[in-house]
Design a protein. Structure first.
Length: 280
């Protein structure tokens, strides 16, 4: 695209938005539309709470060449360029992990995982599905031990038995005196994600808008869950999926009549052509 000011930055959430209900598959229509959009010079950016390693397969399947936002903004990187000069990494102080180990019963946790760019440590393997962490089988070195937490992690993933996950997120923020932020993944798993204070999908997108020299009015976002709120506040064009959380929809420009991962995705081509002149 000759005029860079016409380029759009399109932020796509994964779970509950781009991926089908199994949390892994991508519909052929979705791949087709993404290809069409990229061919017009626009940039599709995976913007997810997922760890880096758990978005790589999606990135490769979509054949993207753009930056990726992981851990709800705690890591901004270019998967195909390890030396990309605009990489940003943010971390949680590891003392938080030790405190959480002491207080995990207070939060009624099923499990919690300490997440780094390419590795993770899990406090229990019991009744935990390995595929949730992008592996076929847990290995002994995935077991969380205090002596293995030698570096500050990007994020901590939590699964709780508590029904009201948003209430727990607020409780945790109060417990830690507002020094962390806690979001909720979309899709069927309902994972809580703890990231450094002030970090969100919106902070990651602000960084990319500057790096890519794209004006804010050309930012378009798609999402479905609580952790998309800051992104929706930022994006002038923010589209919530039909299955979106009621906490998110007040911030949407429009609520779409389909779920991205449903069999009704045949409506995609007509719908996507409406957005901000992508078809021009």
């Amino acid at each position: 695209m000759e005029n860079y000011k016409e380029r759009k930055l399109i932020a796509i959430d994964l779970d509950g938005t781009t991926l089908q209900s199994d949390g892994r598959s991508i519909s052929r229509y979705t791949k087709y539309i993404f290809k069409q959009v990229e061919s017009l010079g626009h940039i599709i950016c995976i913007t997810t709470g997922r760890p880096f390693r758990m978005s790589l397969d999606v990135y490769r399947e979509l054949e993207l060449t753009s930056p990726v936002i992981n851990f709800n903004g705690a890591l901004i990187s270019m998967p195909n360029d390890k030396n990309w000069e605009h990489t940003k990494s943010y971390y949680i102080d590891r003392s938080f992990i030790f405190d959480l180990l002491r207080h995990q019963q207070n939060f009624n946790l099923h499990f919690f995982a300490v997440e780094y760019r390419r590795k993770f440590f899990l406090n229990t393997f019991r009744n935990v599905e390995p595929k949730l962490f992008g592996v076929e089988k847990f290995q002994p070195y995935n077991r969380l031990r205090a002596d293995r937490v030698t570096e500050n992690p990007h994020a901590v993933l939590l699964s709780t038995r508590q029904k009201d996950k948003l209430a727990l997120a607020e409780e945790m923020k109060r417990h830690y005196n507002g020094k962390i932020d806690v979001g909720v993944w979309g899709g069927p798993n309902g994972i809580l994600e703890v990231v450094p204070k002030g970090i969100s999908k919106a902070s990651g997108l602000n960084h990319l808008l500057k790096v890519l020299d794209i004006p804010l009015e050309n930012l378009i976002a798609f999402g479905d869950e609580h952790n998309d709120i800051e992104m929706f506040k930022l994006a002038p064009n923010a589209y919530a999926m039909k299955n979106a959380s009621a906490r998110l929809t007040p911030y949407a420009s429009e609520i779409l009549p389909w779920t991205m991962w449903s069999d009704k995705s045949a409506h995609l081509p007509d719908g996507w052509q409406r957005f901000s002149g992508w078809h021009r």
